[in-house]
Design a binder for this molecule. Structure first.
Ligand SMILES: [Fe+2]
Ligand SMILES: [Fe+2]
Length: 290
């Protein structure tokens, strides 16, 4: 696939929205409707973002050199969005710590996983980023498409998650297009083999680590043993069942001709802008803010 045939919409604009959340008043410890398992899984996910998204940025930027101008611009906007996400989730994680959670075990696990990938050639980091960005984008799509996922959540915190989801959808093709550009001389088969292997590897780690992380946070709320497992697995796989609902979109990654923008879900972004009335900030101003 050449740069001219990329399915990324030609009129796509990746616009960082420099917003801040939760600085005025602290959300309750169990901000997700008082539910231990719901709060735990979102908190576990948030713990990965500051270091994880910094890793995404460094992995993609390593291949910016020689990228076509449109892609180079998109990488710049992607970098700004992810930097602001890291800042906001870092602030969110600090508030979770202040409310009494010990996130150190979860953070150490993230660092351990990143160190394994950083020890490999840069193209592996790009492949891992490309796979995880697809993962993030399908989670984001589901989060925005079905209001049950954030039902009962404290408003400001729910806003943080929606805002992040919107920008993940908006820049969902950047790591993928960078990967296509970086591997443009690879045989098709090699490209597919590497991307499939990497996706299986990161998915296994994602599901195992986030489940373990959420169980650890539930333990800190006094919910342990079989009770904790049943509550968490029900939440993740049955009701509202985020992991079950993204399974189909996850599988599409393995199809020949896959591209994140084969599904144009910008309608979710338009709906968000209409309800929030959020006017994106100009990128220049945002970069200074980071
Ligand atoms: Fe992000
Ligand atoms: Fe992202």
């Amino acid at each position: 696939m050449t740069a001219t045939t990329l399915p990324t919409p030609s009129d796509l604009s990746i616009t960082p929205r420099d917003r801040r959340f939760g600085r005025e008043a602290a959300a309750p410890r169990l901000w997700h409707g008082g539910r231990v398992e719901a709060t735990a899984i979102y908190n576990a996910l948030s713990t990965t973002f500051p270091a994880g998204e910094a890793f995404f940025v460094e992995s993609v930027r390593a291949f910016r050199e020689g990228a076509p101008p449109k892609l180079a611009e998109e990488i710049k906007a992607f970098t700004t969005q992810e930097a602001i996400h890291s800042r906001e989730h870092d602030a969110f994680n600090k508030r979770a710590s202040q409310s009494g959670y010990d996130l150190s075990k979860l953070e150490a696990q993230v660092e351990k996983r990143l160190a394994v990938t950083r020890d490999k050639p840069p193209i592996v980091s790009l492949a891992a980023t490309m796979a995880l960005e697809h993962f993030t984008a399908i989670l984001a799509h589901e989060l925005l498409a079905d209001p049950r996922h954030l039902k009962g959540a404290e408003k400001e915190t729910a806003d943080l998650w929606r805002w992040h989801a919107v920008e993940e959808i908006e820049h969902k093709g950047v790591a993928y297009d960078t990967w296509l550009h970086a591997t443009r001389h690879w045989p098709r088969r090699k490209r597919w083999n590497v991307k499939a292997k990497v996706m299986l590897y990161v998915t296994r780690n994602f599901v195992v680590d986030r489940t373990a992380g959420a169980l650890e946070l539930m333990r800190q709320d006094g919910v342990t043993g079989l009770n904790a497992w049943v509550r968490l697995l029900t939440y993740l796989w049955l009701r509202p069942g985020m992991f079950r609902k993204i399974a189909g979109a996850w599988l599409k990654f393995f199809l020949p001709g896959f591209h994140p923008w084969n599904e144009d879900d910008r309608e979710l972004l338009r709906r968000y802008e209409a309800t929030v009335g959020c006017v994106p900030e100009p990128a220049k101003k945002v970069r200074r803010a980071v």
